[in-house]
Design a protein around this ligand. Sequence first.
Ligand SMILES: Nc1ncnc2c1ncn2[C@@H]1O[C@H](COP(=O)(O)OP(=O)(O)OP(=O)(O)O)[C@@H](O)[C@H]1O
Length: 352
Amino acid sequence: MTGVTLNQAIKRYGDVQVIHGIDLQIEDGEFCVFVGPSGCGKSTLLRMIAGLEETSDGKIAIGTRDVTRMDPSERGVAMVFQTYALYPHMSVEENMGFGLKMNGVPKGEIKEKVQKASDILKLDQYLDRKPKALSGGQRQRVAIGRAIVRGPEVFLFDEPLSNLDAELRVEMRVEIARLHKEIGATMIYVTHDQVEAMTLADKIVVLRLGNIEQVGAPLELYRDPDNKFVAGFIGSPAMNFLAGTVAEGGIEVPGLGRTVAVEANLPAAGTSVIVGIRPEHIEVQMGQGALKAELSEALGGVSYLHLDTPTGERIIVEERGDERANEGDTVDISFETRRVYVFDAKTEQRIR
Ligand SMILES: Nc1ncnc2c1ncn2[C@@H]1O[C@H](COP(=O)(O)OP(=O)(O)OP(=O)(O)O)[C@@H](O)[C@H]1O
């Protein structure tokens, strides 16, 4: 088993550079998740590691081997795709063993490895079926089984659960976590699903426009985002942002009609900042205030209350108690000082 090292990895398509010199160390046995908005380069970066996209510049190493110019088949990786990519005319067993057969592995050994993988993934009873006679979740299991059978040093997953319905996603997510525990291999996983990223990852890499914004453990990124982008990207519903100005004794926030106290050394009075507060850290005060409840999404255990400020900003509050605000109510909000994040309005870097 081995880790993966990217050293100033660059990808260009013709004149357009889409990955801008990525440095990244993924440790042996680590579960690393790439997240970021559509088009940020997550899939491209994964495909560069797989060898499915040529690396224009820089280096990629798997363990101590420089694989930058190697064919995908020589890299010791196996990739699981969103679309499963199974052969429709082959049975589950043949699909899973196909890679090994092409490599001239003896029949007995293939059978043994397929058996072992189908035990892990509970595919025993489906080995003779064709993919079209399987559910989406079962097909994805076969695709994962095909990767396991090859015994790669590194597993690569490109949004593997995107085509599954909500319930199956949860089931498969738990299964992938179990698989990682069981086989302990290095895994790199691309998703734009918050919950997948937070629950599966040892390490999350947040990408934006082909650059890394921040790397860290899920809760590290949640608690200690370096900038407004990461703060807004990690956490769901997203962190609320309100414009403010540094003033005597805190930050004047027009949207709230008051000065918010902050535990921090703030820049000079008059500096424009952005105040960030997570929906789960806000309390609602009923029957007072200037915030108008435009919408309440009741999910059961929680409701998401959408408030409009007089300045035209939007605040989402997570409500959990028995008493929850209704649409049309006017309310006020409160939050603990230690829960307030502050970003520089120009650079969007975190001040505290
Ligand atoms: N063959 C190509 N030629 C030119 N540009 C490309 C090509 N493939 C991808 N790109 C560009 O590279 C950037 C990164 O694309 P990529 O598919 O890696 O993003 P992504 O983060 O995986 O997005 P999504 O979540 O939508 O899949 C995008 O701006 C995309 O338009």
